[in-house]
Ligand binder design. Structure first.
Ligand SMILES: NC(=O)C1=CN([C@@H]2O[C@H](COP(=O)(O)OP(=O)(O)OC[C@H]3O[C@@H](n4cnc5c(N)ncnc54)[C@H](O)[C@@H]3O)[C@@H](O)[C@H]2O)C=CC1
Ligand SMILES: O=C(CO)COP(=O)(O)O
Length: 335
């Protein structure tokens, strides 16, 4: 039995808390919002973000960040925009060597920092782990078999997360390639948005398969330039998460894309869902593609659609008539 502090009580935080409690751990679930804590304590259910999943009485719901102080494992489950502010609240709370596992998939908002870098800046005393992979909260909370990756520069910390969280419904692999695992999780959301747009436009399976495949190619191209291992993108946090997010109706990124493909303006579509990380990730990925001089045509077209009001039909047409190239040629336009 481990003491686990889950910070962030949206759909993913609640799902992980419920799963860990089911497997005998002592779990606390924290929210920065007193109103959210009140609702969760009253209903024992997150009616808005994870309806139908009861939170057992054994999960301690709290607004006190100090509950994280003596946890064996601290899990950050807030959206990427809130990772820095939440981590900074922990600065005086967590002891040296504490293990902090991040669940958010994205970048620092309006910037290019990976979230593990943000956490390390705010919490230099802790060991940072990233948990990523195909794992919709709606399924994990119900015990549907799921696999994820635990990645860290500190193998002992990655293995501790594996030891604590792994159970017969939730299989955890370790991977030392934190850069690749983190980038796969953050960048697949852009492709999921694009896949949703294609679905909303009524396009076919061929188009979606092409987007997913070429999307992964450009994710890996950027990732390798940033120091990731190519093989990681063929794993759970790469193609695995890309598949689930581009095909599942649980995905908020895909659902926002579907609305956009049906003609709903970008801001309205994104605003209708609770957290659409792909919107912000597109902005960050565009900056990264420029910084690392990597050609990312799907990201570029997504950026134009999301931030410059480009018609998705025109974006797709422009992708189809790009200059001829070889499928395996990765650097044909790189400087
Ligand atoms: N929902 C899912 O199935 C999965 C989500 N993720 C990632 O987990 C992260 C969190 O996503 P969800 O739980 O789905 O979001 P959500 O929209 O369901 O929940 C958001 C929660 O974050 C917290 N929060 C919001 N603003 C905050 C702030 N300023 N400071 C501190 N806490 C704040 C609140 O507790 C809120 O309920 C995202 O990066 C997402 O990509 C990753 C894998 C699966
Ligand atoms: O990352 C996820 C599943 O692995 C969740 O995807 P969405 O944020 O699109 O819902």
């Amino acid at each position: 039995m481990a003491r686990i502090a889950v910070l962030g009580s949206g759909s993913w935080g609640t799902a992980i808390a419920v799963m860990a409690d089911r497997h005998g751990h002592q779990v606390s679930l924290w929210s920065v919002f007193p109103e959210e804590v009140d609702c969760l304590r009253r209903d024992r259910e997150h009616k808005k973000l994870l309806p139908g999943v009861m939170i057992p009485d054994s999960v301690r719901i709290t607004n006190d960040i100090h509950t994280a102080a003596d946890a064996d494992l601290v899990i950050l489950a807030v959206p990427s925009f809130a990772v820095r502010s939440t981590a900074s609240m922990l600065r005086k709370v967590l002891p040296d060597g504490a293990v902090v596992a991040n669940l958010a998939k994205g970048f620092e908002q309006d910037g290019t920092k990976r979230l593990s870098q943000v956490i390390a800046e705010e919490l230099p005393q802790v060991r940072v782990v990233v948990i990523s992979g195909p794992s919709h909260a709606e399924e994990v909370s119900r015990g549907i078999p799921t696999t994820v990756v635990s990645a860290s520069h500190d193998q002992e910390a990655a293995t501790l997360v594996q030891d604590i969280l792994m159970n017969p419904d939730f299989r955890v692999y370790v991977n030392p390639d934190i850069v690749g695992v983190e980038l796969g999780g953050a960048l697949k959301n852009i492709v999921a948005l694009a896949a949703g747009i294609c679905d909303g436009m009524g396009l076919g399976d061929n188009t979606k398969a092409a987007l997913m495949t070429r999307g992964l190619t450009e994710i890996a191209r950027l990732g390798v330039k940033m120091g990731a291992q190519t093989e990681t993108f063929a794993g759970l946090s790469g193609i695995g998460d890309l598949i689930v997010t581009c095909t599942s109706m649980h995905s908020r990124n895909r659902r926002a894309g579907i609305l956009m493909g049906q003609g709903v303006p970008t801001k309205e579509a994104v605003g209708r869902l609770s957290t659409v990380e792909g919107y912000h990730a597109t902005y960050s990925a565009k900056l990264l593609s420029e910084q690392y001089q990597v050609v990312m045509p799907i990201t570029e077209e997504c950026y134009q659609v999301l931030f410059n009001n480009k018609d998705p039909q025109k974006a797709l047409a422009d992708l189809m008539v790009r200059p001829k190239c070889s499928e395996t040629e990765h650097t044909w336009l790189d400087k």
